[in-house]
Design a binder for this molecule. Structure first.
Ligand code: C5P
Length: 285
């Protein structure tokens, strides 16, 4: 058995995000079409030594509070196995961005451990652990394109799409609970973009074909805290992206582009006008 594995942990974008209700516990019911993208963190698992250890190249993300540690711990309990393993996370996906990096890391670790030890935890138990760790974690067990419902735990796989994006994050990050609270206070109605995009995907539409239909219900709430989100969206549209919108609860923004060349052009324009924490082109995966 190999005593080291390395796995890539991808980011996601929300192509649509509709808030359709509020639950008694304060969580929001949503309908969202999500797609994994080719921006990755790298996770190494080195077996041996004593106990479970976790470290991250961004030291502020290290420690037992990290979802990586929690995922490995939850898996070892479900598998009834003592884990002697050092987990190392190399972070590239920006945090506080709505790109799902932490959730992806957790799912990648669950999949990697289960594969390494010959699948001692069955699929539905793995899904249960993932849901318990966070609303976005189940999506990353499989990746690709999916409809997320409930608070994120109800997943319906959809046909994967192909295409190029520019992904940027302004300097300011956002707290997810704060954005949801502001959304409630502003009483913003759902635009039901998810229904329209589902229909178009069902009819065989491409990424650029659905681009004009995309919408994120949380944009106004997020923009009220970080106005630069809106300037980035407008800037990217002007620079030639087919459409551009915020992902998740922000603060990252993506532009849908015709091809790689178009994406690189938009990247150069936006980079020239804004101070950014992150900017890159990426493909849907
Ligand atoms: O699941 P996650 O830890 O990302 O959620 C962070 C916070 O975002 C929750 O505590 C809640 O305030 C808000 N949230 C929500 N409805 C969701 C997902 C998150 O209200 N479906």
């Amino acid at each position: 058995m190999n005593d080291e594995i390395t796995a890539l942990s991808p980011a996601k974008i929300n192509l649509t995000l509709d808030i359709v209700g509020t639950r008694a516990d304060g969580y929001h019911e949503l309908r969202s079409i999500v797609h994994t993208i080719g921006i990755y963190d790298t996770i190494s698992l080195r077996f041996g030594g004593e106990g479970l250890r976790f470290r991250c190249d961004k030291s502020e993300l290290g420690g037992e509070e990290n979802l990586c540690f929690k995922a490995a711990h939850a898996w070892s309990q479900a598998a009834d196995r003592v884990l002697d393993c050092e987990i190392e996370l190399q972070k590239r996906i920006p945090v506080g961005a709505g790109l799902g990096g932490g959730s992806s890391n957790a799912a990648t670790i669950l999949n990697a451990l289960n594969a390494h030890f010959d699948e001692p935890v069955d699929g539905s138990a793995l899904l249960g652990i993932a849901t318990h760790l966070g609303a976005d974690v189940p999506l990353f067990l499989r990746g690709g394109c999916a409809l997320m419902e409930g608070i994120g735990e109800k997943l319906t796989p959809l046909r994967s799409l192909e295409g190029w994006l520019v992904v940027v994050q302004p300097l300011q990050t956002l707290s997810t609970p704060q954005v949801f609270r502001t959304h409630d206070a502003l009483k913003i109605p759902s635009s039901h973009a998810t229904d329209r995009v589902l229909k178009a995907i069902g009819n065989g539409a491409t990424l650029t074909g659905i681009a004009p239909l995309l919408d994120n219900n949380l944009t106004r709430a997020a923009t009220s805290h970080v106005p630069e989100i809106d300037s980035l969206i407008q800037e990217m549209r002007k620079a030639g992206s087919v459409n551009s919108l915020m992902t998740g609860s922000g603060s990252a923004v993506f532009g849908v582009c015709d091809d790689e060349e178009n994406a690189q052009r938009v990247l150069e324009v936006v980079r020239g006008k804004h101070d950014l924490t992150f900017v890159d082109v990426a493909q849907l995966i």
